[in-house]
Design a protein around this ligand. Sequence first.
Ligand code: BGC
Length: 357
Amino acid sequence: MKKRLLGILLCVVMIASLLTACGTKETGGKGGDKTIGVCMPTKDLQRWNQDGQNMESQLKEAGYKVDLQYASNDIQTQVSQIENMIANDVDMLVIASIEGDSLGTVLAQAKEKDIPVIAYDRLIMNTDAVSYYATFDNYMVGQKQGEYIEEALDLKNAAGPFNIELITGDPGDNNARFFFNGAMDVLNPYIDAGKLVVKSGQTDFATVATANWSTENAQSRMENIISSFYADGTELHAVMASNDSTALGVANALTASYTGEWPILTGQDCDIANVKNMIAGKQSMSIFKDTRDLAKQTVKMVDAIMKGGEAPVNDEETYDNGKGIVPTYLCEPVFADVNNYEELLVESGYYTADQLK
Ligand code: BGC
């Protein structure tokens, strides 16, 4: 009888400890009272608002506290925000930089305090304080834009020549060169063969770059190009714009001062204004980078590092920040146009149909 009682007691104790172990495992997945500092460049562009919101909600869901800051595209503001976060002893920093080269000094302080840093979307240059990089495949973004133009003008078969103009992003953003090179590796052979002609003659990165990725800067450069090279009825067949804020500037300039048939126009981000332009026939495509996926991947990295492990990566050779290769997770971009935007953007819950009206 005593033996049986002892047996039952032992079983109860074992079941209780098993249940406790399961419970511990579950809460072990939570961030506890750890705080993650999230630095975003600006609220001016739609995508960074989405990135910030996604990061905040997904980190909170994983149990972390979040200090989310936007820096109005002002480098010094971003530096101060990071300094404050370090002074407040955040446990980790996730940073989408304004200018890749300007954070070396402040991040040296993070390194001294053993605060890990993840570069978000944009690589942070010339510092050994960055542990990981999470982004979309930036070269592929440009490649898809180039291929879209190649296909739309049927460059492989058509005789041409076709006129094209080029517009890319901020020279302080490491991504801009990847976008530009990806697109130009597709387009350059056609330019060399004379099938594509850049009437303005503006083809080098520095000349076609757009400070701050600003719509206004893109618009005024495009207006100058139109009035100098296309005001006499010369047809403009395509504009390779690296993202949506610059594509918007191009579309505004075309609306204001170009009278020919609307050219092929590329973009990136699927911002609402640009998707509306796509539906209206004023932009041909945009690259869709689902910011929910980038946030999800980054949160996985944060969680792995906070638990003392290694973050999941899928590229350990492409992104050298001047101090060495930064292990990277690359998400895959896809192209959106008027034929697939509903499936990609509405059915996936990224936007509601009403937002695009
Ligand atoms: C991002 C793009 C964005 C651009 C302007 C780049 O670093 O990758 O998605 O359009 O910055 O904000």
